[in-house]
Design a protein around this ligand. Sequence first.
Ligand SMILES: Cc1cc2nc3c(=O)[nH]c(=O)nc-3n(C[C@H](O)[C@H](O)[C@H](O)COP(=O)(O)O)c2cc1C
Length: 267
Amino acid sequence: MAKKKETVGKTIQVAFALCIVCSVIVSAAAVSLRPQQALNQELDIKSNILQAAGMSEPGANRERIEEQFGQFTPRLVDLRTGKFTTPEELGVPDALSYDQYRAAGDPNMSTRLSSAQDTANIRRRAHAATVYILEEDGEMVRVVLPVHGPGLWSTLYGFISLEGDLNTIEGIGFYDHAETPGLGGEVDNPRWKSQWVGQKLYSDDKSEPQIRLVKGGADRSAEDGEHQIDALSGATLTARGVENLVNFWMGEDGFAPFFKNLRDGEA
Ligand SMILES: Cc1cc2nc3c(=O)[nH]c(=O)nc-3n(C[C@H](O)[C@H](O)[C@H](O)COP(=O)(O)O)c2cc1C
């Protein structure tokens, strides 16, 4: 039987057809996996909120994470007034759908900070943030707040959890950063994170947050020992970023007006 003659044109045609088929398969897979990816991202955020609040359980499955997270009420806070706002006001279906970080890039949904205000070097602050409140017998016993700011190589995104006194820290955790493992990446070390538990944000007047990351080690017996945390050895720049971002978000241009309104029953 005569062998079919292969031509360059035919080879290109076959390669082209193969490319089309492959790209259709890849696109279909990407599109069909998108809802699952969004669900996983949402679950990751919930699990990080539980971690910051000291409520995460090792090996917890999706149902358990959802159950634990279900104890929190997500609420939207207008950072300009320090008062609760509504999803309708922000044009989102619910508090969980609001994306503070996307809003920070939109001039209509964020404020440019002056250099005097911008102590964490974040440039723009969204008008609103989602906070996660846990109540017992109608009393707020815990609130988890989003925080972010630059370290050395990257922006660190995380949560800080406070007790109902809005002063005692229950935990902190960063779910996204690109600091160097073993140096700035030690922000993820459970031993380092455990130092934050029980430390205080404010001194008696509750105006300016006082957190200090101390190079050479925190001195708990010092006058301001309840505000001190060990700096990260060999990673002073990441540590400074963490100190700045915590003090910014707990300060006047972050959540401090909201805390004041909560204390006064005016949020
Ligand atoms: C490869 C490399 C990675 C580094 N990663 C970090 C980091 O993630 N965070 C940080 O603060 N410093 C990092 N540093 C060190 C900084 O350049 C700087 O020396 C350090 O922050 C000073 O901290 P120290 O005073 O505690 O030594 C890194 C240095 C090198 C060479």
